[in-house]
Design a protein around this ligand. Structure first.
Ligand code: CP
Length: 348
């Protein structure tokens, strides 16, 4: 375990900013807090402290796990809807008396509380890839208190940490675990890249044998792929990209099939997105569904993961997500425990 003092005051925007040892420490603290919660042992580590949560997008798991988590830690999570405040905006995107510059919002909230958490991706930034991440980073630049990323358009580190805790609980180790992040079909072409990108970053960082599977045209960010290759090399573990779901599932310990958008749908990769062409590409790949046959290919010991919400009947069949190999509700529960660890260590 690394010195927990080293976490104090830090932002939590992407797992790229945390070492493997620091991630191990976060998971150990999360397990300790999970045990305390299970046996009713008080753990008011953030007594009277406030987390401001700015949600540009909808949420079930993230909002409720942060709110419940802050209550359990003895503090308060305050929900902020950008349409009910002056929506925090970057310089150049401001509208008089309707928005407020991020630098001002960050400094005001820093005078009143102990952490700022932000969810922003997609529609609020016109689906321009990287713009939401810029907002989160701009908050971090100006705030004097930790900034926590509750999902932007590049990263969803809280989800990835919960996924890691779930794998650790199921397999007891990361070494030798074959982790398959796979694209799956959805009728919606607008799905963020944050979950798959954070999942492969987390898996390779922790030394899992990681496989990324998707149809051609659904590539993730090149910078993310480069980091995954670097981590796999450092750890002496595998990182492969394949274009066939069955091939990826062969011998998998973890399968994580989920839709994400294609480059054709989003600027700046495509400055003039042609959504009908993206829809065509998606619809050609309806067979990328996690069904019983795919789970048989993976084998009886494999677990099925999804961050939720999922598109039932498209990404996955009911029989798989409701079946014995599914661990999706463990993942959802673990959001609570890992986020409490992040808050307890950074916001003390
Ligand atoms: N997985 C996840 O972040 O869920 P919500 O969108 O419900 O917060």
């Amino acid at each position: 375990m690394v010195k927990t003092e080293s976490f104090r005051g830090r932002d939590f925007i992407t797992l790229l900013d945390y070492s493997r040892e620091e991630v191990e420490t976060l998971l150990e603290v999360a397990l300790d807090l999970k045990r305390k919660f299970a046996v009713g042992e008080p753990h008011k580590l953030l007594d009277t402290k406030t987390l401001f949560m700015i949600f540009y997008n909808q949420s079930l798991r993230t909002r409720n796990s942060f709110e419940a988590g802050m209550t359990q830690l003895g503090g308060h999570a305050h929900f902020l809807d950008p349409s009910k405040i002056y929506a925090p905006a970057l310089e150049g995107d401001e509208k008089a008396y309707s928005t407020e510059r991020v630098s001002d919002v960050a400094r005001v909230l820093s005078r009143m509380g102990h952490g700022i958490a932000i969810r922003c991706y997609g529609e609020p930034v016109g689906w321009v890839y990287g713009r939401a991440n810029e907002i989160v980073n701009n908050f971090a630049y100006w705030a004097d208190i930790p900034v926590i990323n509750m999902e932007d358009d590049k990263y969803h580190p809280c989800q990835a940490l919960a996924d890691l805790l779930t794998v650790k609980e199921k397999f007891g180790t990361f070494r030798g675990v074959r982790f398959v992040m796979s694209w799956a079909y959805s009728p919606s072409v607008h799905k963020p890249l944050a979950v798959p990108q954070s999942a492969v970053i987390a898996a390779t960082k922790m030394g899992m044998d990681t496989v990324l599977a998707h149809p051609k045209g659904m590539e993730l960010d090149d910078e993310v792929i480069a980091k995954c290759r670097q981590y796999a090399e450092e750890n002496g573990s595998g990182f492969d990209i394949v274009y066939d779901m069955d091939e990826a599932f062969e011998g998998a310990d973890v399968v994580y099939p989920k839709a994400w958008t294609c480059r054709g749908s989003i600027p700046p990769w495509n400055p003039t997105p042609e959504l009908d062409k993206s829809q065509e590409l998606f619809d050609k790949n309806k067979h990328w569904i996690c069904d019983d046959e795919k789970m048989r290919t993976a084998g009886p010991k494999a677990v099925y993961m999804h961050c939720l919400p999922c598109d039932r009947g498209f990404e996955v069949t009911n029989s798989v997500i409701d079946g014995p190999q599914s661990v999706v509700f463990d993942q959802a529960e673990n959001r609570l425990h890992v986020q409490k660890a992040v808050m307890a260590l950074t916001m003390r």
